[in-house]
Design a protein around this ligand. Structure first.
Ligand code: UDX
Length: 449
């Protein structure tokens, strides 16, 4: 790629679109973000991020001010003035577990229509998570029909999955483990690889060039495997809890040192959530069933995760008996630290279960309180700090491992709670220290209860 400013557009300013657009603008490209949401476009142009992501607001503001990035509702300008157009729209779950491709469809129709009168070659890149066959059987025909142009000749097309984690999306965009390029034809693949060479210079990660169907399946297999690893260690954690002196953390370390297993995604807890893993596993199962193939490991991964959060409730019941009118402090509501996202958060399952038992719930999260109000309304109490949350509680449950909870010492729990019982659902505290000072039960730590 020569020295002229690269022009890139993003269709869809959700999590993936906004973080990638901002990261690319930071590398001096001219980026246009298109979205149908008027409010979001206005917000982004003011440098305000609709999501909580470390570093994003600073980068966004800087690039808006420098006019390297702006958001619009005009698809014509976005397509006309860009060489590469990334589609980063959502593919939410439908009731039956399959994904809703309406936004991909409408983006392809809009882009297709705008391509119609353009002479120059544009590369279209789908980044949204879609089941195998979507790029070839939906996107390509739709772009061709709406543009009256030919894929491979008049415009390029590739599927290029993202693997961004919430909370480190900027870092993951700028330093990915690998690139997967699912190209419709060689020219499209070359153009996308050239773009990434421009973005990463000497740090181009290992790159796999393949066809779109394989690239689409890589994304699902990746997330199904990650989820399976966590569900696996959560099962081991449940076993450890029944063996006095057993500790899942030591076991995770022991098996993680085997290079064939690796140390990551072996942190036991109350289960996994978020906007991707649950949705992707359900979509993979639905897709595989449609092909007449069973995926029992993926079924089991989801099943283990359904019941894992309930361990917190079971432990509370064992320690306190009937939970009716018991005051339970919930520390952490987002599906993981570093985000305000509560989609499919384990906290929701646990709070709902406790409410069914008529417990009195008081909650605290450093950034997810606004989202929590939308989910729970006035059915739970909201605290201004972690310390306020544990006041007079009969039991505290750590659901999200926010680093600030580490500041709460055993003496704080003892002096503030009515009944100093801590259920550590994320292995935040030192079990030896806490066990010697209060009633402490941790996931995967063998105790006598
Ligand atoms: C995930 C994938 O990692 C990413 O590649 C994909 O593109 C989007 O989905 P994300 O949803 O942001 O990213 O969260 P991730 O960091 O993967 O964690 C998912 C869930 O697993 C969280 O609830 C987290 O608390 C849990 N988890 C993760 C564990 O319980 N233990 C672990 O060891 C790792």
């Amino acid at each position: 790629m020569n020295n002229k400013t690269l022009k890139v557009a993003f269709f869809g300013l959700g999590y993936v679109g906004l973080t990638m657009a901002t990261s690319i603008a930071e590398r001096d490209a001219r980026v246009i973000g298109y979205d149908i949401d008027t409010e979001k476009v206005a917000k982004v142009n003011k440098g305000e991020t609709p999501i909580h992501e470390p570093n994003l607001s600073t980068l966004l503001r800087r690039n808006i001010v420098k006019k390297r990035f702006f958001a619009i509702e005009d698809p014509r300008k976005a397509v006309k003035e860009s060489e590469i157009i990334f589609i980063t729209v959502g593919t939410p779950s439908l009731q039956d577990g399959s994904i809703n491709l309406d936004y991909v469809k409408s983006a392809s129709e809009t882009i297709g229509k705008e391509l119609r009168d353009l002479e120059d070659y544009k590369l279209i890149v789908l980044r949204s998570t879609v089941t195998p066959g979507t790029t070839c059987n939906l996107l390509k025909p739709s772009l061709e029909a709406n543009s009256c142009r030919i894929c491979g000749k008049d415009f390029g097309l590739a599927y290029n999955p993202e693997f961004l984690r919430e909370g480190s999306a900027i870092k993951d965009t700028l330093h990915p483990d690998r690139l997967i390029i699912g190209e419709m034809d060689e020219k499209s693949g070359d153009a996308l690889e050239e773009f990434y060479q421009w973005l990463y210079h000497d740090e181009l990660p290992p790159t796999i060039r393949t066809n779109p169907d394989i690239a689409e399946l890589i994304k699902y297999a990746n997330n199904a495997f990650l989820a399976m690893k966590v569900s696996f260690i959560n099962q081991v954690a449940n076993l450890c809890q029944r063996i006095p002196n057993a500790d899942v953390e030591v076991i995770a370390k022991g098996i993680g040192l085997d290079r064939r297993i690796g140390p990551l995604f072996l942190k036991a807890g109350l289960g996994w959530g978020g906007s991707c893993l649950p949705k992707d596993l359900r979509a993979l199962l639905k897709f595989s069933r449609s092909k007449g193939v069973a995926l029992p490991l993926t079924e089991a991964t989801l099943f283990v995760n359904e019941i894992q959060p309930l361990n917190a409730v079971k432990i509370a019941e064992k320690l306190l008996g009937d939970l009716k009118d018991m005051r339970i402090a919930i520390l952490g509501l987002s599906f993981k630290p570093g985000t305000n996202d509560m989609r499919e958060a384990v906290s929701i399952k646990i709070v709902e279960e406790l409410l069914r038992r008529e417990a009195k719930i008081v909650t605290y999260d450093p950034v997810a309180m606004e989202n929590a109000r939308i989910v729970f309304g006035d059915r739970v109490g909201y605290s201004k700090s972690a310390l306020e949350c544990i006041n007079d509680a009969d039991c505290s449950i750590i659901i999200t491992e926010w680093p600030e909870f580490l500041k709460i010492k055993p003496k704080d729990f003892v002096s503030r709670m009515r009944n100093p019982i801590v259920i550590d659902g994320r292995r935040l505290y030192d079990p030896e220290d806490f066990s010697s000072k209060l009633r402490y039960v941790a996931i995967g730590f063998g105790s006598k209860i």
